[in-house]
Design a protein around this ligand. Sequence first.
Ligand SMILES: NC(=O)c1ccc[n+]([C@@H]2O[C@H](COP(=O)([O-])OP(=O)(O)OC[C@H]3O[C@@H](n4cnc5c(N)ncnc54)[C@H](OP(=O)(O)O)[C@@H]3O)[C@@H](O)[C@H]2O)c1
Length: 301
Amino acid sequence: MRAARFHSFGAPDVLVIEDVDRPQPGPGEALVRIRAAAIQPFDSRVRSGRLMPNLTLPVTTGNEFAGMVESLGPETAGPAAGTPVAGRRTFGAVAEYVVVPVGDLAVIPAGVSFAEAATLSGTAQTADTAVESLGIGVGDTLLIQGAAGGIGSFATQLAIARGARVIGTGSPANIDYLRALGATPLTPGPDLPRRIAEVAPDGLTAILDCVGGETLDQSLTLGVPRDRIASLGDLGRVAELGLRSVEGLRDGVRLARLLDLAAQGKLLATVRSTYPINDIVAAHRELDTGHGRGKIVIAID
Ligand SMILES: NC(=O)c1ccc[n+]([C@@H]2O[C@H](COP(=O)([O-])OP(=O)(O)OC[C@H]3O[C@@H](n4cnc5c(N)ncnc54)[C@H](OP(=O)(O)O)[C@@H]3O)[C@@H](O)[C@H]2O)c1
């Protein structure tokens, strides 16, 4: 089978398409023929060696996928061969086949494409756990820094569905998009605190940071208690700063709920761009810009 792998850390062009053995499902596992994968900044950080520098290489990149069940492992109950499913697995998603525990899969409902399902499989789950961890609900005014991206676009919609008001930051090109998601859009900048005060005179009650660095530093000055600030953009500083941690609770049950919301038209999955697997290097170059709306998808035909 074809797989997008890297044998050394570095720029996007360390990624190569190789022919490797198809994995075999064990007990409790399914073999999935992947039709679409979604990529995220984690993939870039691992590929470049900034994260997990002691990882044993080669590694097949990608964590989010959608496709069809090919077969189940021995004595395994699960969706029948041919059932469309989505799921996440740490590494191995940008390939023709992946093996994954059955409990991490969710059936894709009618009306949701493989590409849309792939974008929901990991990132929407993390966005959901972030909104849940912050306890977002009616009466909240939530600032999402980096609201147009993968996490931000899902978190914006999920927080609004819980009754919160969302103020979302993004680049000028994404302002209309953020408004369409239901957020009050603002561009980033040193005068952001003044502009937030104009649109939210009663103040913010919670912050979700999807950017990190100076953006997180600025967020700390906005009068929100630290246990109501979560940062996915700077995970390494969460404990040191005493911020709310986001639990990595991702499984087939949560994913099935999010896929159902998408099927009902209540959760928009935005595909920023789609690349065939052979163009994985170009896809990672776009990922490395750090800008854009929604998710980048890899088509695996
Ligand atoms: N995806 C996941 O499942 C996951 C899981 C755990 C942690 N994380 C982490 O969470 C962070 C966000 O992930 P993601 O998947 O949402 O990444 P993403 O899709 O690349 O989105 C990041 C967004 O940040 C915006 N941005 C960049 N600089 C900004 C600034 N100074 N102010 C405001 N917005 C800015 C960009 O939009 P503009 O074009 O508008 O600038 C971009 O859309 C990353 O650090 C990632 O590693 C992600």
